[in-house]
Structure formats: C-alpha cells, structure tokens
Design a protein around this ligand. Sequence first.
Ligand SMILES: Cc1cc2nc3c(=O)[nH]c(=O)nc-3n(C[C@H](O)[C@H](O)[C@H](O)COP(=O)(O)OP(=O)(O)OC[C@H]3O[C@@H](n4cnc5c(N)ncnc54)[C@H](O)[C@@H]3O)c2cc1C
Length: 563
Amino acid sequence: MPSHDVLIIGAGLAGQRAALAAADAGASVAILSKVHPVRSHSVAAAGGINAALNPEDTWESHAFDTVKGSDFLGDQDAIEVMCREAPDEILHLEHIGVTFHRSPTGHLGTRAFGGASAARTYYVADITGQAILHVLYEQLMKHGDTVDRYEEWFTTRLLQDEQGNCVGAVARDIRSGRMEVFNAKSTILASGGAGQAFKPTTNALICTGDGIAQAYRIGAPLMDMEMIQYHPTTLAENGFLITEGARGEGAHLYNAQGERFMEKYAPNKLELASRDVVSRAEQTEIDEGRGFPDGTIALDITKVPRKRTLEALREIVNIGRDFAGVDITREPIHIRPGMHYIMGGVKTDVDGQTPIPGLYAAGEVACVSVHGGNRLGANSLLDTLIFGRRSGAHAAQRARGVAMPSAPYSTLTDAQAEIDEILGRAGSGGRRVSEIKEELGTTMNKYVAVFRDEAGLATAHEVVRRLKEEAPKAAIDDKGTVFNQDVLAAIELGYMLDVAEAIVVAAQQRKESRGAQFRTDFPERNDADWLHHITVSRNGVDVPTLGTAPVTITRWQPQERTY
Ligand SMILES: Cc1cc2nc3c(=O)[nH]c(=O)nc-3n(C[C@H](O)[C@H](O)[C@H](O)COP(=O)(O)OP(=O)(O)OC[C@H]3O[C@@H](n4cnc5c(N)ncnc54)[C@H](O)[C@@H]3O)c2cc1C
C-alpha cells in the first residue's frame, strides 16, 4: 500500500500548487488525478487571474470589490488573506516561467474584469489556465524525488480511522482496474467543481463533484451550496464559454431591439458589472421578450479592434467559428447565461482545514468562503493557488506530528465489493447512466438557475430524490477492467446526485435574494435574517441536515450593492 505524508486528490491548479508547497516543506507527496494532470479542468481557464500588483492599486481595493461581489456573504478574513497574498503569487508564477502578457513598456499588462474597480487581471492571451498549469507541471516533474504522480487514478472514497481522522483514500487505476489503498497523514481534496450536475454547463465532463460528495459522505459540512454562478456569455447550444475577457476588452451586449440594455441595470459598470447582475439582466431581457427567437442576446466583439481580438482573444475566435459558425471579429455572436461555477463546497478555514482532522480542501471543491454569493471573474484561479499553497504547507506541517496510518486489508476488499456490485448490474433493462444524468442536468438548469422559486425548487428536489433511487439500478454494459468508463460514470452519477441535493436544499432554505441566488418569491436581500452561511451535512443517513455558520466581517459592513 502506498503511504505518504500528504495525499493530494486532484491535479488541477489547486492540487499541483498544494503538491509543490507540501514538497517544499519537506513532505513526501502523492498527487492523484483521474485524468492526466494537464487535462484537468483548470486548463480551460481563459481570461486571467486577479492581483493588485500595479502600484496605483491596493489589495484593500481588491478585497472590497471581492466582498461587494460576494454580496457580503464572503468571509472577509479569508478574502483579506487571498487579496494580500495575490501579488506575490503572480510574481512567483512569473519567475517560474508563466509568460504573462506584457504592456508596450515591458510591464506585466492587465485587462479589466467584471466587478473590479481597477484593471487588475493578469493574463496569457485567453489561455491563462493552460499557461499556468503547464508551468506548474514542469515544476512537479522537477520534484520527482518527493512527489509521486498517480495519473489516471480515480478516487472512490476517503478513509477514516476510529477516531474520525482522515487517513487517506481508496483509488482505482483506470488503466488496469486495480484498486489500491493510499495511506496518508494528511489528505487534501483538490478535485474541482461539479458543473456536470447541470446541463448545459461550461464545465468539462470530468467536473462531477467527486470530492464534494466524498467529503460530505464522511460527515464534512458543505457551505454556500445554493450559490451557483451562471456566466453571462455562453453559447446556447452547448454551453461553451465566451470569456469575460471579451467584455474586458470592450465588447458590448445588445438585445434584439439593438438596445445596449446594461445601461438600465448597471449604469456605471455596464457590461462589467458582476456576473450575477449581468446574467440576471440578460435573463430578464430574454424572459420579457427582448431576446432573439433562440432565447439569446447578442455579444458584439466587433467593438474590439480586430488586431487586438486576434492577439488577445484567439481561442474564442476559434470557438465562435467552430461551434457557432460566427466570425466574432466581424459580427455579433448570440449568447445567454449558462451554468459555470459553484461558489459552495467543502467548508474550510484559511489553511484549507475541514472540520475532519487530517482532511483539507482547496480550489473549486472547497468553500473558504472567498466568493460568498457571487465570485468575481479571475478570482478563482487566485483562490486555487493561494489556498492550494496554504493547504499544502499546513498539511505538510501537520504530517510532521502524526504517525503513518495503516488501513486494514478489509478496506480494500470493501472497496472492491462496491465496484463488483456495479459490474454485476444488468447490461440492459434499467435506465442508462447517461439518461439519468441528462434528466438531472436539465432539471437543475430549469429550476435551480438564474431565477428560482419555492415550487420549482420543490420539483427539483423531488426529481433528485427519484433519480437517487434509480441510479443504483442503472444499466452497465462494460464488464471489463481496462479504462472502464461505464463504472466510473456510475460512481460519478452518485456524486452528482449528492451535490445536486445539497444545492437544492440550501436554495430552498435561503428565503431571500443574494448574489447568484435570486428567489422570485423573496426578491429582496434580507440581512436581518439571512446574513449567514448555510451549511449542509449528512450524518450517517442519506438525508441532508441544514445548519448555519456566521459570516466573518472584518472591516466592510454590508451596504446596498449597485454597479
Ligand atoms: C471555461 C472556463 C473558463 C474559466 N476561466 C477562468 C479564468 O479565466 N479565471 C479564473 O479565475 N477562473 C476561471 N474559471 C474557473 C477556474 O478555471 C476553476 O474554478 C479552477 O481552474 C478549478 O481548479 P481546481 O484545481 O480546483 O480544479 P480542476 O482544475 O477542475 O482539477 C480537478 C482535479 O481533480 C481530479 N479529480 C476529480 N475527481 C477525481 C477523482 N474522483 N479521483 C481522482 N482525481 C479526481 C481531476 O482529474 C483534476 O485533476 C474558468 C472555468 C471554466 C469552466
């Protein structure tokens, strides 16, 4: 059985940054990913990463914008940490080889992003995530002596000892089907988001909420789960993202009547208001009949000089051409709000610690909560790196004072029995995993989207409960051991259903409108009753238990939020 000081589940930006920090602190590290690390979803991040690095900017301004963007639900101690440490993180990335855009004077160049009072988004064209991920991967290879990479390994569950400490995980080698127990003194979940619980989504097929559900299943509380970000500019058919960088570079939004409608909703920031505000404005235009017949509105990138678009937004030039048949340098492209990001996740402190000793979480799987009710664009990459690094360092430090656990052999046989049960299912008869997943995704997108109400949320909950009953009987065709995606999809479906239920019950619970949660039956923000986090935990049975956690306010009292 492999044994390491620190086990990291997930090799996107949060996981790789955590691995490097833990290795730098002298720990032996294992990093495990269900896809090759550079195919982790962080590779899709386009527009950039925020930091108040410019001498005229301040971390306090970045922090206030983040607090306001969160609709005052973000924890200000965590936001202060993230924004204060951001400039050094960008410089560190630059020093290890990330080729950030430079201005004509040779300085690191920025672009404007939504909800920010200064242009503080650093970027590499519109492939920022890819650029950072590849540089971190080079660094991981350099640390080959202390960091063992388990690429294309799928974690199926977390392990706990009798005292409740997290002591590692069980994983399946996807190439051979072999199950293995990983003992670890500290375990860091860095397994990303859960966008696939919605359809469409901007998220890749691998974003199935595995870590959120695995932590939830062993009793870790989830927090802010009702806060689901709909990004203002996604393609209607497939959910592909048109980066906020386009609006940052000067693109405008128009309704079908040719009105630049953001003048009504956010007269100061217009298209660069925060995402929840822009998505709601778009959806209102569409719902009130001012959209195009295909349920969209128009994003006009021809406002950006063509040369600049070809240089700084080349990926979305390709996406427009290949997936919408539109040359965005010459004509507007039709877009609409689409599911993009989960603000909630496994509750942690600023060092990534969850309430379960030995279990950490960082990145999109976690909720520290720096995003609160609404994440500002380009703050997620920052979140992954700052709290990935802090988790790695803390987990390594914890490991120094803990004996190496050793899971009993029965752990492995139990885990194998779970897989055998799935393989033993009939190949026909029951609904297919993909059909159940489709119903889940379309239901969430219908009832748990930009606008919500009690009746819709109750319907969504009923559907999720029914799908939870159907999922364990879903048909499995592939009975093999090599790259058996049928088995993995069945396991992922269970994770998505757990995550979806937590989202729905939290959204039902919050009877107000704040950030990304707009309740048409409770349209106002209500600080008197709802200025707190909602937590969701599972205590042994498959029924979510709701709780609350206070919002940490350090210096910015809630105020009216206008853009
Ligand atoms: C299209 C798009 C563009 C974006 N652009 C930006 C941007 O410009 N700026 C910004 O700040 N944010 C952006 N975001 C958000 C940001 O990219 C993500 O929130 C962030 O990259 C998540 O990183 P992560 O390390 O937490 O997870 P991921 O990068 O998703 O990595 C998750 C890792 O966990 C592994 N994993 C998952 N489950 C298992 C399992 N069961 N077993 C083993 N391994 C597992 C995966 O293989 C993967 O390695 C964008 C998001 C999208 C969808």
